[in-house]
Design a protein around this ligand. Structure first.
Ligand code: GDP
Length: 451
């Protein structure tokens, strides 16, 4: 399978000015030269060519760039045909390449080859997928940092520290009968604590990292007719929900992604979704229990003091995540003029009608989602996948077990050292230095063809 020459459409199928077809493998130049005329004289120079079937039928005029191994994305001979888009042209060129001896690529196969040929490590390959799937500018920046190798370097530096620790206790392993080795135990403990702290700091980025990649679920709750759907539409800047005066006419759960520049906010209006048995609805508040259980933050809405207070009390009683009190329809309320004096500070006043307060509301949502009220540094390495969190968590736990075994229980050095080895292994698996095939198998299951 690894020796095949693979081909795929690398751009999204359908109508478009240009489509790009990729061809990679030992026979890429061979196969390419059979259908591209003239064959580009130099590698890495975009050349205007004709693409023809082996029988001589003209298929398209295209810009072709060829790359020679190992200087290509995959590390193999690679050809990129930038042809006209649409349904027929790219499909006919792809079919001709297959006829000429290429095989259709599996999802993620180009990136997989890049990893196996040492062009990218597993974390960088994962970032390629994240960049394509990014749903916010924040996600884009975090994926780019990971693609640049930011996270890989941090993980490899941690691995280095663990290996230094192994070296420090090596003397104890080699000469167990001597009481005082050349390395003072305090020094080993101090180095252990330092690495533990560094692992903890990295682990602490997981919540924000996963929010950035997956989006924060922000659910709108409140009594019927307080303006939930209108708020949903106003925040998204377009009319998605059906807005009407008659209570209960919002037909379905509506979810849309709002890019705030940091994390994507997956905004949900669930009014109308609940079953009548839903306990929240029986308390006069529209929000589905199911969404409430999964929310990262809830907007409790009311269009007067009583409905707002009721919404906040009911929602706070049902979730531990941040609840933001949102006072809707401020354009109708003369008191909004003096709201700073009359209302508790944390109430956010908005009007879906005039758009007032929406920027403040988004800022308030971002603030409650960030751990200490500060927005994350997207150029620093972040743990963006559960896989990262598990690996770093495992390394941390193994190092803590080493500390306990060696510094606390005073077990023999070889016994304690087993934990250090396991910690190193967890980090190596994360970057794909070991068990790379297993990791790739899981990783590329979610990739699309042509990547
Ligand atoms: P929901 O049942 O909570 O989703 O409420 P809707 O969004 O359907 O709104 C109920 C009614 O309140 C509609 O007649 C809206 O036009 C009106 N409404 C919603 N937001 C505002 C607002 O900001 N200002 C004013 N003046 N009316 C609003």
């Amino acid at each position: 399978m690894g020796d095949d020459t693979i081909a795929a459409l690398a751009t999204a199928p359908g109508r478009g000015a240009i489509a790009i077809i990729r061809l990679s493998g030992a026979r890429a130049s061979d196969i390419g030269a059979r259908i591209v005329r003239p064959w580009p004289a130099s590698a890495r120079i975009a050349t205007l060519c004709e693409v023809c079937s082996p029988g001589g039928e003209r298929l398209d005029q295209a810009v072709v760039t060829r790359y020679e191994a190992p200087r290509s994305f995959t590390g193999e001979d690679l050809v990129e045909i930038a042809c006209h888009g649409g349904w027929v042209v790219p499909a006919s060129i792809l079919a001709t390449l297959i006829e000429a001896g290429a095989r259709e690529a599996l999802p993620g196969e180009f990136t997989r080859r890049a990893v196996l040929n040492g062009k990218l490590d597993v974390l960088q390959a994962e970032a390629v997928g994240d960049l394509v799937d990014a749903r916010s500018r924040g996600g884009q920046r975090a994926a780019l940092t990971q693609l640049d190798g930011g996270l890989s370097r941090r993980v490899l530096a941690l691995r280095e520290s663990l290996i230094e620790l192994e070296a420090l206790i090596a003397y104890d392993i080699d000469f167990p009968e001597e009481d005082d080795g050349p390395v003072a135990p305090q020094r080993i403990l101090a180095a252990t604590d330092q690495t533990l702290e560094a692992l903890d700091r990295l682990l602490a980025t997981a919540r924000v990292g996963e929010l950035i990649r997956e989006g924060a679920l922000v659910v709108i709750a409140g009594a019927p007719n307080v303006g939930k759907s209108s708020l949903f539409n106003a925040l998204l800047g377009r009319r998605r929900a059906i807005v009407t005066d008659i209570p209960g006419t919002t037909r379905d759960a509506l979810e849309a992604v709002l890019d705030t520049g940091t994390w994507p906010i997956r905004l949900v209006d669930t009014a109308g979704l609940r079953e009548t048995a839903d306990t929240v609805e029986r308390l006069g508040i529209e929000v589905s229990e199911d969404y409430l259980a999964r929310a990262d933050a809830v907007l409790a809405c009311g269009d007067d003091d009583a409905s707002l207070e009721h919404a906040v009390v009911v929602v706070r009683g049902r979730t531990t995540v941040p609840v933001l009190p949102v006072r809707t329809k401020m354009d109708r309320d003369p008191r909004s003029e003096v709201r700073g004096l009359r209302e508790p500070d944390q109430v956010i006043w908005v009007s879906a009608e005039t758009g007032e307060g929406l920027t403040e509301l988004i800022a308030a949502i971002n603030a409650v989602l960030s751990t200490d009220g500060r927005l994350p540094d997207l150029d620093a390495p972040l743990l963006t996948h559960a896989r990262h969190r598990h690996a770093i968590g495992q390394a941390r736990d193994e190092l803590a077990a080493f500390r306990e075994a060696w510094g606390g229980a005073h077990l023999p050095a070889p016994v304690a050292a087993v934990h250090l080895r396991s910690a190193v292994h967890a980090l190596e698996e994360l970057v794909g230095a070991v068990d790379v095939e297993d990791v790739l198998e899981r990783l590329f299951a979610r990739f699309c063809v042509g990547k």
